[in-house]
Design a binder for this molecule. Structure first.
Ligand SMILES: Nc1ncnc2c1ncn2[C@@H]1O[C@H](COP(=O)(O)OP(=O)(O)OP(=O)(O)O)[C@@H](O)[C@H]1O
Ligand SMILES: [Mg+2]
Length: 115
């Protein structure tokens, strides 16, 4: 099992929810966060900030966490890139890590059947 953590533009949340719904993921966790990437939160073009002293500016983002079977990871990445990739900086990032165990508290089920 893998956990996919996506940091996305807030206005793209509905797209991501639809994608996750269409692959029948068991659940998801959404939070509002603040963050910056390589441009340190600047909304100017990458080169326009050259030569100026920039301070870090945090922008509002949405964090989506979903734990899925390994085989769904590539499908999700493809679908998310297809919907969310623009030609502009700040589209977001996808982090993936291994999940060792999942327990459904109500039933005690473990592993993929608990997702
Ligand atoms: N290395 C990182 N570690 C933790 N969070 C990150 C990292 N890179 C990006 N993020 C999170 O993802 C959000 C979106 O990042 P962003 O899309 O701007 O990445 P980028 O690397 O600057 O790519 P781009 O050049 O396309 O903008 C950031 O606001 C931050 O919350
Ligand atoms: Mg960026």
């Amino acid at each position: 099992m893998k956990e996919i953590v996506m940091i996305i533009r807030p206005e793209k949340l509905e797209d991501v929810k639809s994608i996750l719904d269409s692959i029948h993921c068991g659940g998801m966790t959404i939070s509002t966060v603040m963050g910056c990437g390589t441009q340190k939160g600047s909304t100017a073009g990458v080169n326009e900030i050259k030569g100026f002293k920039t301070t870090i500016n945090l922008l509002p983002k949405i964090r989506v966490e979903v734990v899925v079977e390994d085989k769904l990871v590539d499908k999700i990445i493809l679908a998310v890139r297809e919907k969310l990739a623009t030609d502009h900086v700040g589209d977001g990032k996808i982090f993936i890590r291994n999940i060792e165990e999942v327990v459904r508290i109500r039933t005690g089920e473990r592993g993929e059947k608990a997702l």
